[in-house]
Design a protein around this ligand. Structure first.
Ligand code: F0G
Length: 385
């Protein structure tokens, strides 16, 4: 069955919403869990205990394809002619490639001004998407695209779309498969709009209900310090999923504070430069089910971790490296033990934001200053090269 060549749809029994002949696949999800002892040593794990799931190896170069194949399939089932998203660059690259490959829909993409890496922008342009730059950042773009798609009847593929999250569950199935269905102690993942963490918690919860796994893993969600709404709410203000519903009073008050103070997200990990995550309530539910932790990491910690991931023979974009930077922190704190088994999700390909990588490693002050210096980031130390 051709669907069994998709790393997403071979698990379709666990999200059975589409008749097999309506499924739109481009071979997404062919990714592997790999042992990463060099990176493990850097973060203080025992050999054999750290695994990396490199989702950059998807057709559009990020984990988004896992969810996009599902949302796109649904869009096409309901007869959509146009599909839209706001994006920091990866969702848009993913939507654009599905539209191009199938020629079934037109992609409409909203990008915050100056907030996207050229690698990602170049994908949307080359795949032929209608790409609109709006004044503002991702949070503004997401608001705008929700209004516009409602007004004009355009299918929305941001992770507010539940079918996206169904497809993203498959990342966890592949990790479990590689571990022979022994549940790891920890899953560590960067957080932006909080779609992944919502999907991952749901995946494990359902598997446990079905009796296919015997326990839940712990989830660690890592925010960039300049885009840390979830960290502030969960760790600093004790906001929880309480008795079947989220603590919405506290969430709304925090959102109002962000709006009143016009507090914008600001991190060089542009993929996760988001202050108003749409999946916040679902993410709280995942954290409750898994006994989750949230940490924040600085841009410096992100880039230092990224260089270690590269030097360990993997590589990823800055946002993805937040997972390993957060793991380092949790091991230092003693929350995660070197004896536990940990899987970090590397969400995007190393070539997605090569400007940031070159600036970090370069000896040329002008290149460095233009990209990283004004954010107060130091260049790679010799130990990192
Ligand atoms: N890592 C990468 C590489 C991403 O592109 C994103 C999100 C995330 C992590 C965060 O994932 O939203 O599930 O918490 N990128 C979106 C985009 C916002 O538009 O491409 P999340």
């Amino acid at each position: 069955d051709p669907l069994d060549f998709s790393g997403v749809w071979r698990f379709r029994d666990l999200f059975p919403f589409a008749p097999p002949d309506r499924i739109m696949t481009i071979g997404e999800g062919q990714t592997l869990l790999q042992k990463a002892d060099q990176v493990g040593k850097h973060v203080g794990m025992k050999p054999g205990n750290l695994f990396l799931q490199y989702e950059g190896m998807n057709p559009s170069g990020s984990f988004k394809d896992n969810g996009m194949t599902a949302a796109f399939t649904h869009a096409q089932m309901v007869g959509a002619r146009r599909a839209a998203c706001a994006s920091t660059g990866n969702t848009s690259a993913s939507l654009a490639i599905y539209c191009a490959a199938t020629n079934l829909m037109r992609a409409v993409i909203f990008i915050g001004s100056g907030k996207i890496s050229y690698g990602k922008l170049s994908q949307a342009l080359d795949y032929g998407a209608l790409t609109v730059q709006i004044a503002g950042d991702f949070d503004d773009a997401l608001r705008r695209v929700q209004e516009v798609s409602k007004q004009l009847g355009i299918y929305l593929v941001n992770s507010i779309n539940p079918f996206r999250l169904e497809g993203q569950k498959s990342v966890m199935y592949r990790i479990l498969e590689a571990m022979r269905w022994e549940v790891p102690d920890w899953i560590v993942v960067p957080g932006g709009n909080l779609g992944n963490v919502s999907a991952f918690g749901k995946a494990f919860f359902e598997l446990k209900e079905l009796g296919l796994i015997d326990r839940m893993p712990r989830l660690a969600l890592i925010n960039a310090a300049g885009a840390d709404t979830f960290y502030q709410l969960y760790e600093k203000n004790g906001v929880r999923w309480n008795g079947g519903k989220p603590d919405s009073g506290k969430i709304n008050a925090y959102m109002k504070y962000l709006d009143d103070a016009d507090r914008r997200a600001d991190t060089l990990a542009s993929a996760i430069e988001i202050n108003r995550p749409v999946n916040l309530p679902k993410a709280l539910r995942s954290m409750e089910r898994c006994g989750g932790y949230v940490r924040e990491v600085t841009d410096q910690e992100i880039l230092d971790a990224k260089a270690k991931i590269g030097a360990g023979g993997f590589g990823c974009e800055p946002a993805s490296a937040a997972s390993v930077a957060g793991l380092l922190k949790l091991v230092k704190e003693g929350v995660i033990s070197p004896d536990e088994r940990v899987a970090c999700v590397l969400t995007g390909h190393v070539l997605k934001d090569s400007d940031a990588t070159v600036a970090y490693h370069t000896a040329d002050p002008a290149t460095f200053e233009a990209k990283l210096g004004k954010r107060g980031v130091r260049r790679a130390s010799y130990a990192n090269r």
